[in-house]
Design a binder for this molecule. Structure first.
Ligand code: PEP
Ligand code: MG
Length: 590
């Protein structure tokens, strides 16, 4: 067995803990024919497994309700009701009576149901596919005597490192922060949403380990280093001591950076940069405000939905948005409308699509479901009364989408007016520039929007045709590719011409070398993970604008991402004299 597995750094922090292996996938089932006399026994076994699964779900429901809340716990009600469905159990019994073993009978019926629901025209039914899958795995595991791995089912204070193939939304809500200290996944990349969520939760994480789940059997002692993307298996005591020492050094370095919270992000030659925070869950707002961020450049509201069985209502959303706006006391807070789809899905999953990242997601889904969209817009307009809230639309491709969204915003305002509820009418409306279409044709949008925010995670994905969540493609996900740099430059120029603000809120801005490049490309507003605010501030304060411009010009002239990286790295090292910061989280740099 390899002693060290290397993956992709997703969320920093060094943790020593024990592996909790979670295999949450439908097991392979053998075709087993049973004689007639075993039929009643098999039916009984089926019902016993279903009863145990329900008991387990009730238990989980209670746990999740007390840790995450009633809304999150509602998924388990849905799953219990699936198991209560007489049509389902009758179908399985029927197959057992035709001499099929209980596992196979259950497996076949569940497969049929999942396919049927996935193809249903009603969204409500399609949303249940994820629940059916969870039930499928749970009951089969019980029928086959496999260990029932529930991520929450750990003694409190376990210090477990959760190792799993991929973290689905319904698994995410079950995470018990009291017993799980770090996450390691086979799948995923730095910009996949598991990584983004781990950073928000402050949980050290390594993703893209490819085969960690097959290399480990559970219970091993490991060191996980989320900053370098490494998982060391069964380290010696001396090695653990060395990691603990590194952990202390990191904490000291971070504390030193934290002292920058109160100072301005201003270059040596006096150019002011606005640094804001990306906030993914409202609970993060207060801590993010302390990082020195001058507001929120991106709040990903879909995390209010991911992993839940139902959409949050207007009041719940209003409270969440208001909390963030108030935490930033009068500073700008950019809240993005639901960017659901791709890898950010509600608990029940969504219609399974052949190409979810090119599918029915984000603004497309919102415009097709105006009731749901307006519910969010009303909550936003109401929360805007409490501070400088701005609304941002994701995945814009055409001007028509902006105009249609504006129309919905007007209707939402009229609805609130009629209800006599307090709201603000003049809320700025901006768009994400995260598709090549929007970046190339940004000039078609400037007249009708108040600001641009460049989402480099998706812009890189769509420009380079590289799935942002695919670990096998991670080295090909290169934000410094000439095409991406040119699109960013063009977007900045178009925004200037159109006299609107432009920011960058993708992961690119959180990485020192890239932040330097963005500064040189003329970006004066960046929104980064709260933890990265001091680091990026340090970069800004160490360089001159002139220096950054020269570096960016050299990067733009480069013919490859590697060449661009070397040009930037050389010049940044000259300016800051500390090479440690250059390579933070940059895949492919040694
Ligand atoms: C982006 O695409 O760069 C972005 C900031 O949005 P998300 O990561 O949520 O897709
Ligand atoms: Mg995006």
């Amino acid at each position: 067995m390899e002693r060290t597995i290397r993956g992709i750094p997703a969320s920093p922090g060094i943790v020593v803990g024990q592996v909790h292996l979670l295999r949450w996938e439908v097991p392979d089932v053998r075709h087993r024919i049973i004689p007639d006399e075993q039929v009643p026994g098999e039916i009984e076994r089926l019902h016993a497994a279903i009863a145990r699964a329900k008991e387990r779900l009730r238990h989980l429901r209670q746990r999740v309700e007390s840790t995450a809340g009633a809304e999150e716990a509602a998924i388990f009600d849905v799953q219990m009701s699936i198991l209560d469905d007489r049509e389902l159990t009758r179908g399985i019994e029927e197959l057992i009576r035709q001499n099929l073993g209980a596992e196979k009978a259950f497996d076949l019926v569940m497969l049929e149901w999942r396919t049927r629901f996935a193809r249903a025209s009603a969204a409500m039914l399609r949303e249940r596919v994820g629940d059916l899958t969870d039930v499928h795995i749970r009951v089969l595991s019980l029928l086959m005597g496999l260990p029932d791995h529930d991520p929450v089912d750990l003694p409190p204070g376990s210090q477990a490192v959760l190792v799993t193939h991929d973290l689905t939304p319904s698994l995410t809500v079950q995470l018990d922060r009291g017993s799980i200290t770090a996450i390691a996944t086979d799948a995923g990349t730095r910009t996949s949403h598991v990584a983004i969520l781990a950073r928000s939760l402050g949980l050290p994480a390594v993703v893209g380990l490819r085969n960690a789940t097959t290399q480990l059997s559970g219970g091993e002692r490991v060191v996980l280093d989320g900053g370098t993307g490494m998982l060391a298996i069964n380290p010696t005591d001396a090695e653990i001591d060395a990691y603990r020492e590194r952990q202390r050094e990191e904490e000291i370095a971070e504390a030193a950076l934290a002292e920058l919270a109160a100072v301005e992000a201003i270059t040596v030659d006096g150019v002011r940069v606005t640094l804001r925070a990306n906030v993914d869950i409202p609970e993060e707002a207060e801590a993010a405000a302390k990082s020195g961020a001058e507001g929120v450049g991106l709040m990903r509201t879909e995390f209010l939905v991911v992993g839940r069985a139902s959409m949050p209502d207007e009041d719940e959303q209003y409270r969440a948005y208001r909390r963030v706006v108030e935490a930033f006391a009068g500073k700008p807070v950019v809240i993005r409308t639901f960017d659901i789809g791709g890898d950010k899905l509600p608990a029940g999953g969504f219609p399974s699509e052949p190409n979810p990242f090119l599918g029915w997601r984000a603004i497309r889904m919102c415009l097709d479901q105006p009731e749901m969209f307006r519910c969010q817009l009303r909550a936003l307009l109401r929360a805007a009364v409490h501070g400088d809230l701005r609304i941002m639309l994701p995945l814009i491709v055409t001007l028509d989408e902006v105009l249609a969204a504006r129309q919905q915003l007007d209707v939402a305002a009229a609805e609130l007016k009629e209800r006599g509820v307090a709201f603000r009418i003049d809320v700025p409306l901006g768009v994400m520039i995260e598709t090549p279409a929007a970046a190339v044709a940004g000039d078609t949008l400037t007249r009708d929007v108040d600001f641009f925010s460049i989402g480099t995670n998706d812009l890189v994905q769509y420009t380079l045709a590289v799935d942002r969540g695919n670990a096998n493609l991670a080295p090909r996900f290169t934000p410094l590719h000439p095409a991406v740099l040119r699109l960013i430059k063009r977007t900045v120029e178009v925004a200037e011409l159109g006299e609107i603000d432009v920011a960058v809120c993708g992961e690119m801005a959180s990485q020192p070398l890239m932040a330097f490049a963005l500064l040189g490309l003329g970006v004066r507003q960046m929104s980064v993970a709260p933890r990265s605010v001091p680091l990026v501030k340090r970069i800004v304060r160490s360089v001159t604008e002139a220096h950054a411009k020269l570096a960016a010009s050299a990067a733009l002239r480069a013919r490859t991402a590697d060449e661009a990286r070397h040009e930037l790295a050389r010049r940044l090292a000259d300016a800051i004299g500390d090479s440690r910061f250059l390579y933070d989280g940059l895949p492919g740099v040694d």
